[in-house]
Design a protein around this ligand. Structure first.
Ligand code: C2O
Ligand code: CU
Length: 509
């Protein structure tokens, strides 16, 4: 039930008075952009690097001078970044010192089912009752108490082994506990993971301090600086920019990049590689980079969710649904020293329109380049390769006596297999939506074949693992289910939709 969001609900709801004396928010473009620290391995054994992360509560300075209690990976938000090399396996020992069970999923990882963070493969905190006896409560959908006979539950720690035998790209790790993913990510359980390889390093793309990971996420802060999960707090729905209706997905009125509100970053007048992740629970963005005199800079896309494109694609506007990543090059050379480039979200209004800014601080040499050919190993499956075509619907409907989000008319049930595919087979999936749903498949990358019955859009290029289904739209994707047998997932990555049932089991046999 609503015991949910455990700590979040414990506090009495924010009153109208408290809202009037709202927490002080900084002006836009004053807080420096933080870069999450890169985690050092604790050791190496058998050619695999070993990492350790403790999940714990911490008071994190998100708003200047204010401590916000969060659930963290290692005490920070975002959690530490893991940098790995293609084909070099790693193990991450996660220790759960939070007050609730957790599950870690490496989003975009080619990970065997045993380490993929299935939503009932819980890491229980000390003292938490055995999940096998309690079942799993719903989040207000009535605690349907589903039992998962295949759940692999551990206590206190779990070693997640990632082969990382995959194209280099920006991944992210986040909580994936059944029914509670939205509030857990909101409270802070998200971090970045960058896979690299020699071929990509040799391209000459901007690197070092000219490569910036940017994790964009919105949040709501109560008057005392705590995070509010507005789904549980109807009074917050009145605040501009905040949407608390659980059914639609939660929107916040404060835009964070790498955990800082509307930050600013000083840059050289040179090319930068921006590795952007939309880590918001439900907010969509249409990003533009606008100069002081109103010019929109080119956003030259070199990579998608699952790594490098075959060739660069130039955008002026970058739509980003939750969990999508874009790897883009922006050239600040044409901006005068002292000038500012604002990153704005065309879909936002008021303060949610601003995202962050770059201030061009100095001229400098630039040896980077954007090669015309970026990669030659992009899978090019054709419709004729497909063993079958499936149609899969993503729509609202009745669930456990209330409203929920359904895939093919059904809410998630860990005990049911929804789609069975054969290892090595190519399939076309036609995904159809009622409202906006970012659809994510675990394990595999896919190509977008068609959108709305026509050609894919420019930002559908490359190999993806999350695709934005726009309202009423159908999107066709194609992939080969290779890698591992076992039970994987696909789901909507609007985190509240996911928690409200929009997830399904994919069995690879
Ligand atoms: Cu980003 Cu199934 O998750
Ligand atoms: Cu959805």
């Amino acid at each position: 039930g609503l015991s949910t969001a455990a700590g979040l609900a414990r506090r009495p709801p924010v009153t109208g008075d408290e809202l009037r004396s709202a927490v002080p928010l900084p002006p836009a473009f004053q807080v420096p952009l933080p870069i999450p620290a890169v985690l050092a391995p604790v050791g190496t054994s058998g050619g695999a690097d070993r990492y350790e992360i403790t999940q714990r509560e911490a008071a994190v300075e998100i708003l200047p001078g204010i401590r916000t209690p969060m659930w963290t990976y290692g005490g920070t938000f975002p959690g530490p970044t893991i940098e790995s090399r293609r084909g070099r396996p790693i193990t991450v020992r996660h220790r759960n010192e939070l007050p609730v069970p957790t599950v870690v999923h490496l989003h975009g990882g080619r990970t065997p089912a045993s380490a993929d963070g299935y939503p009932t493969d819980l890491v229980l905190p000390e003292g938490w009752p055995d999940a096998a006896r309690t079942g799993h409560g719903g989040h207000g959908m009535g605690g349907h108490g589903m039992h998962d006979p295949r759940a692999a539950v551990t206590r206190l720690t779990r070693d997640y082994a990632f082969p990382l035998d995959q194209r280099p790209t920006l991944l992210w790790y986040h909580d994936h506990r059944m029914d509670f993913t939205g509030p857990a990510i909101w409270r802070g359980l998200a971090g970045l993971h960058i896979v690299r390889d020699d071929a990509e390093d040799a391209l000459g793309l901007p690197a070092g301090r000219r490569e910036l990971p940017l994790m964009i996420a919105d949040r709501v802060f109560a008057a005392d600086g705590r995070l509010d999960y507005p789904a549980l707090d109807p009074s917050l729905r009145e605040r501009p920019g905040v949407r608390g209706a659980f059914l639609a997905g939660v929107l916040g009125d404060v835009i964070l990049v790498n955990g800082a509100p509307w930050p600013v970053h000083e840059v050289d007048a040179a090319r930068y590689r921006l590795r952007i992740l939309n880590a918001s629970n439900a907010r969509h963005y249409e990003l533009e980079a606008v100069t002081g005199d109103g010019r929109r800079l080119d956003l030259v896309q070199v990579g998608a969710d699952q790594g490098l494109l075959a060739a660069p694609v130039t955008h002026r506007l970058l739509p980003m649904a939750p969990a999508e990543r874009y790897d883009v090059i922006v050239d600040f050379a044409g901006v005068p020293v002292g000038g500012r480039v604002r990153v704005v979200n065309r879909l936002g209004s008021g303060r949610t329109r601003d995202v962050m800014a770059f201030r061009v601080a100095r001229k400098d040499t630039d040896k980077s380049r954007i090669p015309r050919v970026l990669s030659r190993d992009l899978p090019a499956w054709r419709r004729s390769d497909a063993a079958r075509v499936r149609e899969i619907s993503f729509r609202a409907g009745r669930m456990h006596g209330g409203h929920g989000w359904l895939i093919d008319g059904k809410p998630f049930d860990p005990a049911r297999t929804d789609v069975t595919v054969r290892l090595g087979e190519v399939e076309v999936w036609r995904l159809v939506a009622d409202v906006h749903h970012p659809v994510h498949l675990h394990l595999v990358g896919f190509r977008v074949l068609a959108r709305g019955g026509g050609r894919p859009l420019p930002h559908d290029a490359g190999l993806k693992d999350t695709v934005s289904l726009r309202p009423g739209e159908s999107v066709e994707i194609i992939t080969r289910f290779d890698g591992y047998r076992g039970r994987f997932l696909f789901h909507c990555h609007n985190a509240e939709h996911e928690d409200m049932g929009m997830m399904a089991n994919l069995e690879i046999v």
